[in-house]
Design a protein around this ligand. Structure first.
Ligand SMILES: Cc1cc2nc3c(=O)[nH]c(=O)nc-3n(C[C@H](O)[C@H](O)[C@H](O)COP(=O)(O)OP(=O)(O)OC[C@H]3O[C@@H](n4cnc5c(N)ncnc54)[C@H](O)[C@@H]3O)c2cc1C
Ligand code: FES
Length: 353
């Protein structure tokens, strides 16, 4: 949108004239990608690389401020009249005019299944600014290991594309674990990049039907100079735990990790009663995060990452004693906004929901 038009539409006068709807509501009548401040995008390509994934190229509006390699974005869409948002790693390199994400079907998950089955050219998606610190340093390392499994390949792919497009001289081993060849996301591109760039060694290991797992012997054989390599790691929780233990025993070079699901340090055994004030529902002695307790009670608070990074689940705690599931810290709060997904009840809690 033209910046002058944007400033005029953002003025108090325009907001007053638009009332009771928002200026964005009127802009949406012209083009639903238009917004005064919200990043939004339209799908321009939807490619099914594998049977359970879809790769989307999204053209953002002018409110998108770009991203760094390895960052993620909160993607929102409306299903049955309700907006749902989830985090997805951006696989494209910074500077690419299109934002690329690859979504893998997640069990019976709501958003991933919808996108894998129905995403198509023209679909509107709501976006957050890019976030996250799985970013390579501005000075590329001399040697790197990119280690991923399953859909964990997406942020690692962004790191790889960035180095190769910037002509970095990094010697790269890209070691990826997939169930079977038909499940391998970015297979063709990785093969082409490895053929083109002598400094990239791409190794894919298939784990299905008795295939190999990540273990010390495999790592030693495939990456004998691991101690000299800075590592970027992303994959399912079990894979990441194994990889981290193996790498820590072999190398003190920096290890960067991105995870798609929470690993909790603290116990989520609930103590006390949880009251949802606006819904007039109470739960007591329930284990799990306040988000999970709400869901088991039949409520649907918004969420995005379920691990404390996106703030989508923030809710006002009227009063109560809560435990931070990442640090185990217990504190008393009153009239405080907290992320429900990373807090449990450590006493009675009253939530304004
Ligand atoms: C930083 C980050 C980056 C990510 N990048 C990617 C990516 O590049 N590609 C990708 O495919 N995914 C990525 N993810 C994962 C993605 O954000 C979603 O979590 C995933 O797609 C599942 O969303 P969904 O709506 O399909 O599932 P949901 O409906 O949210 O369900 C997810 C899981 O939560 C559980 N669950 C759902 N509802 C309940 C409930 N009521 N009670 C208890 N449990 C419940 C289910 O068991 C289900 O398996 C990323 C996540 C993070 C945090
Ligand atoms: S859902 Fe993202 S912070 Fe809670």
């Amino acid at each position: 949108m033209n910046p002058i038009v944007k400033r005029m539409l953002g003025s108090a006068l325009a907001r007053g004239l638009a009332h009771p709807s928002s200026v964005d509501d009127y802009l949406a009548l012209i083009d639903d990608r238009l917004s005064l401040a919200e990043p939004r995008g339209r799908v321009v390509h939807a490619v099914r690389q594998t049977r359970d994934s879809v790769t989307l190229a999204i053209e953002p509006n002018s409110n998108w401020r770009g991203h760094h390699a390895g960052q993620h974005v909160l993607v929102g869409l409306t299903l049955d009249g309700v907006r749902h948002s989830r985090c997805f790693s951006i696989a494209s390199a910074p500077g690419d005019p299109l934002i690329e994400i690859t979504v893998k079907r997640n069990g019976a998950g709501r958003v991933s299944n919808h996108l894998v089955d129905h995403a198509q050219r023209g679909q509107l998606l709501y976006l957050s600014p890019a976030e996250g610190d799985f970013c390579p340093p501005s000075q590329a390392p001399a040697r790197a290991l990119l280690l991923s499994a399953g859909s964990g390949i997406t942020p690692v792919m962004s790191v790889l594309r960035t180095w190769l497009s910037h002509g970095a001289s990094t010697d790269i081993v890209f070691l990826h674990y997939a169930r079977a060849p038909v499940d391998m996301i970015y297979a063709d591109e990785l093969e082409a990049l490895a053929a083109e760039h002598a400094r990239l060694q791409s190794i894919t290991v298939f784990t299905g039907a008795g295939g190999a797992r990540l273990d010390g012997a495999a790592l030693d054989a495939r990456v004998p100079d691991l101690a000299e390599r800075e590592t970027w790691l992303c994959g399912p929780a079990g894979f990441m735990d194994t990889a981290e233990t193996l790498i820590a025993a072999r190398s003190s070079a920096p290890l960067h990790r991105e995870q798609f699901a929470a690993s909790r340090r603290a116990s989520a055994h609930g103590q006390g009663a949880v009251q949802f004030l606006k819904s007039d529902i109470a739960a007591s002695g329930e284990h799990g995060s306040l988000l999970e307790i709400a869901e088991r009670a039949g409520l649907s608070p918004p969420y995005g990452c379920r691990m404390g990074i996106c703030h989508a689940c923030k809710c006002r705690i009227a009063e109560g004693t809560v435990r931070d599931l990442r640090t185990d810290r217990v504190r008393q709060v009153r009239d405080t906004d907290l992320q429900l997904c990373i807090h449990a009840a450590a006493g009675d809690v009253a939530i304004d929901f």
